[in-house]
Write a protein that binds this ligand. Structure first.
Ligand code: HEC
Ligand code: HEC
Length: 276
């Protein structure tokens, strides 16, 4: 990869960021489809093309214009087949919008994503975010483990997700991600239906500073309060849970004890200045 432009040499595989992570946080699986980059490059033109330049038969809908995205993120943004390209469908709109800003403004790094969103206005990014947030497509059941996780690891992961860790003042994951862990409006994503590799890479990204969120970056603080073993346990437990039939994000956070540890999370204003 050209480190200046982030442009991959031949395929998406070359565009994988180098992850200077502790041993637990390894890189993600390699993507087998070498021709993807070519398809995406062609589709990029569609994303950027104003309607007037399109051929007469071209249907100028947001679904058409985001085909460049679904080439990687799967049909209707339901995720790529191998755990590398995350799901977009049904995630809270302001969460998706934050991520598009994060790629554009260098708080997250993936060369090709950044180049795409560089060209697009805030208002267009918000429209794209709302489009994917509104798509409700089913989740696949959790992938079977090559080696089933130990019961003690699962129990530890469950404890951390549902109750946190008073010793390190780690808030429970459910406190922000919702009692059912399907996310909380407007800007907290769900944690179920995500492959273990993706979860591990994201926590590792916060640990190394490769992934950041709007300040105050509460997830960076969460990760500082998790040991490597505990991060592993919580990922294993989360990735073993089925997604409930109603996977909509919750309208608000669950009630918590008044003295429970908590952290503030940053948000970005929406185009036009409204708070999400
Ligand atoms: C070449 C493949 C590729 C293309 C094309 C692509 N993405 Fe991505 N996208 C990725 C990868 C890989 C990640 C995860 C990167 C990481 O781990 O930080 C990602 C992450 C994201 C995320 C964050 C998801 C989350 O849950 O945190 C959003 C939102 C997103 N992409 C939206 C888009 C949109 C919108 C488009 C079209 C304009 C697009 N992507 C095009 C590969 C792609
Ligand atoms: C204080 C609130 C808070 C707590 C507690 C919290 N999170 Fe988060 N989490 C967030 C927010 C906000 C985001 C979105 C950050 C962004 O905009 O990038 C997030 C994002 C994530 C993501 C990225 C998801 C994706 O699709 O890319 C993962 C993984 C995650 N959290 C895991 C956890 C785990 C595991 C726990 C419990 C150990 C936890 N979080 C506890 C607020 C919280």
């Amino acid at each position: 990869m050209n480190p200046k432009t982030g442009v991959p040499k031949s395929s998406c595989v070359d565009a994988l960021p180098v992850r200077l992570a502790p041993p637990l946080f390894t890189t993600r699986p390699r993507h087998p489809r070498g021709s993807l980059w070519v398809r995406v490059a062609a589709l990029l033109l569609v994303l950027a093309a104003p309607a007037a330049q399109a051929a007469p038969a071209f249907e100028d809908s947001i679904a058409q214009r985001t085909q460049a995205c679904t080439a990687c993120h799967g049909e209707q943004g339901r995720a790529g087949p191998d755990g590398y390209y995350p799901r977009l469908a049904g995630k809270p709109a302001a969460y998706l919008y934050h991520q598009l800003l994060n790629f554009r403004e260098g708080r997250r790094h993936y060369g090709l994503m950044t180049r795409m969103v560089d060209m697009l206005s805030d208002a267009y990014l918000w429209e794209i975010a709302q489009h994917f947030a509104a798509l409700q497509v089913p989740y696949a059941p959790p992938a079977p483990w090559a080696r089933p996780p130990e019961a003690a690891v699962l129990a530890r992961g469950r404890e951390l997700a549902l109750h946190g860790n008073p010793t390190t003042r780690l808030p429970a994951c459910v406190q922000c991600h919702g009692q059912k862990l399907t996310g909380v409006l407007p800007a907290v994503p769900g944690l179920l239906g995500l492959p273990a590799d993706y979860l591990t890479a994201q926590l590792g990204g916060w640990r190394t500073g490769e992934r950041r969120a709007h300040a105050p970056d509460c997830m960076a603080s969460v990760v500082r309060r998790l040991s490597d073993r505990d991060a592993h346990a919580v990922v294993v437990w989360l990735a073993s849970q089925p997604v409930p039939t109603d996977a909509h994000p919750a309208p608000g956070r669950p009630d918590t004890a008044p003295n429970a540890p908590d952290l503030r999370c940053g948000v970005a204003a929406l185009p036009g200045g409204a708070r999400p």
